[in-house]
Design a protein around this ligand. Structure first.
Ligand code: FBP
Length: 540
């Protein structure tokens, strides 16, 4: 096969994990205290009458016992994240070690595979091709949401038809919330099939007291930070342009924050702070213009500015516009022109919408994803800012208040990192999560998420556990209905990573303190260095 030297070398890498997970037949799960939910306990208890309140589970080693062969399914759900293949490898090794007659079925293209019983039997030769490799293409992924009674019935049919003992859903907060609903549904229908989840998303917002990090974040942030540092050094070398870099991260700015900690850009917006301070689009533009004016007084007509892709939704004026657009678009029976939409908006939103460049207005009108999210990946906020900053600087120039030269170069760092080759951290983390998820399944546990904690220590000391998904849930309004979902974790403005950033950022504005973390390393002294966010969080 046409593999690069690095791909071949990574195929040989043996992920490291806690020895407690080494012999599948010797793993025992010890029950902790009964649990409740993050919020809205009574409501959630009513929605999950069969599974609410299950105990947390810790892992220990015992005398090995005999296990009958198991048939386990796996689904990759949502956007790809580095390490997905290793979850499957970890599961495969665990179930086939437990009993060589066990089977692992990979459902094709996300939840659709479950609905349509489209799957592939994963054998040792297939799995061997994907060890420590980026991408989700071993079985594919998808964003279909399982929500209607007919869809739940279809999933049940598939599981019964294939006589599945267990199913693992690898996904973000929405997919894991769905895993819990499927687990409850199966229990209610007295199916033997267990359903458990694994925490995936580069956005790192599936996080809480139990889940220390979601997989893929470490690699994706490293990959973006490498590019941002290169752009920063390009800026200071060529001295002629401002690079406006939008990075992925839909509802939370964890990626932007980590990239800022790694690279020290002149400016980085954190969506959660923008929201907290009620910073409007015009305020954001003014902040950028001030920076450019100040730097030009020092002869610096260049720089690097980082923004999270979710920024548009955090600015209260744009957020209000998007909320009203969501309503209008959800209830529209046919497609509406920009003019027709403008007429339906309240006067304040209409004015903002009218003043937006055509490209951005069109991007805001795009269809929402199956979970009701605005597709912020397609909203070119960096171009919007460059346009608005440029007009304001032109005005200031006329008034004699700005004498510099401005050239803004837009960049979007998004999809290129979601399938990057997983860092050692993500390779170890996902392989371990796969083994933990398989252990939960093979020991008859259902409605749990697989976790590993103590992640700033060597991988052999990471602590495996299973926590009931209901523990992380609250009630949120989705599509006009109350729904039990896992609470997303946004950037905590009191937390250690943001505090560290807030202390240092003033000095990055005018001084060029750019920092290069370099390319993700797989060997050598820096190969196992974890994200700064994780290090800072663990240090408190
Ligand atoms: P997940 O939450 O499914 O992991 O996806 C997150 C993400 O990568 C966001 O950062 C981004 O906005 C979005 O996916 C893009 O989604 P799509 O692939 O549907 O364009």
């Amino acid at each position: 096969r046409n593999l690069s030297a690095l791909q071949r070398a990574r195929l040989q890498y043996n992920p490291r994990y806690n020895p407690v997970l080494a012999d599948p037949a010797a793993v025992v799960l010890q029950q902790g205290q009964p649990t409740t939910a993050a919020f809205d306990q009574d409501h959630i208890a009513k929605l999950f009458p069969n599974l609410y309140g299950q105990p947390s589970l810790s892992f220990a080693k015992h005398v090995p016992s005999h296990f009958e062969p198991k048939t386990v399914g796996v689904v990759l759900s949502g956007g790809p994240a580095p390490g997905g293949h290793n979850v499957i490898c970890g599961m495969f090794d665990f179930v086939s070690n437990l009993n060589p007659n066990s089977k692992l079925l990979g459902f094709r293209n996300g939840p659709d595979g479950l609905l349509n019983a489209e799957y592939v039997l994963l054998d040792a030769d297939t799995v061997a091709l994907y060890r420590n490799q980026g991408g989700f293409h071993m079985i594919g992924s998808g964003r279909t949401k399982i929500e209607t009674p007919a869809q739940f019935d279809a999933v049940r049919n598939t599981v019964e038809q294939l006589d599945l003992d267990a199913l693992v859903i690898v996904g973000g907060d929405d997919s894991n919330s769905n895993a819990m609903k499927i687990a409850e549904h199966f229990k209610q229908h007295q199916l033997k099939c267990c359903v458990n989840g694994a925490p995936k998303t580069i956005d790192n917002d599936l996080r809480n007291a139990q889940v220390q990090v979601s997989f893929g974040f470490d690699t994706a942030a490293k990959s973006y930070a490498e590019s941002i540092a290169s752009l920063a050094f390009d800026a200071v070398s060529a001295r002629k342009a401002y690079h406006f870099v939008r990075v992925m991260g839909r509802s939370a700015s964890h990626i932007a924050l980590e990239c800022a900690l790694q690279t020290h850009p002149n400016l980085c917006f954190i969506g959660e702070e923008v929201k907290h301070n009620s910073t409007t689009l015009l305020d954001v533009v003014r902040t950028v213009v001030d920076l450019i004016q100040q730097r030009s007084l020092q002869g610096k007509n260049y720089g690097v500015i980082v923004l999270p892709e979710g920024l548009v939704e955090f600015m209260p004026d744009v957020e209000a516009l998007i909320a009203e657009l969501n309503e209008i678009l959800a209830h529209a029976e046919r497609s509406l022109s920009r003019q027709q939409i403008t007429e339906k908006l309240n006067p304040r939103n209409a004015e903002l919408f009218r003043n937006l460049p055509d490209a951005i207005a069109n991007q805001l009108m795009l269809e929402r994803d199956p979970h009701g999210n605005v597709q912020v990946a397609k909203i070119e906020a960096e171009r919007l800012l460059i346009g608005m900053v440029s007009s304001r600087l032109a005005m200031l120039k006329k008034e004699g208040l700005y004498k510099g030269k401005f050239s803004g170069v837009p960049h979007y760092l998004g999809y290129e990192a979601r399938c990057a080759m997983p860092s050692n951290f993500d390779a170890n983390y996902t392989y371990g999560l796969g083994r933990v998820a398989a252990a939960l399944c093979c020991n008859g546990k259902t409605g749990y998420i697989a976790t590993l904690s103590n992640l700033t220590k060597p991988a052999e000391e990471w602590v495996p556990a299973g926590f009931p998904l209901t523990m992380m849930m609250n009630i949120e309004r989705r599509h006009g209905k109350d729904s039990a979902v896992i609470k997303k974790m946004l950037v905590d403005l009191q937390g250690a990573p943001f505090t560290d950033f807030a202390l240092k950022r003033e000095s990055w504005k005018l001084n060029d303190e750019y920092r290069s973390p370099g390319t993700t390393q797989f060997w050598g002294p820096t190969a196992d260095v974890v994200s700064m966010s994780l290090q800072l969080e663990a240090s408190v």
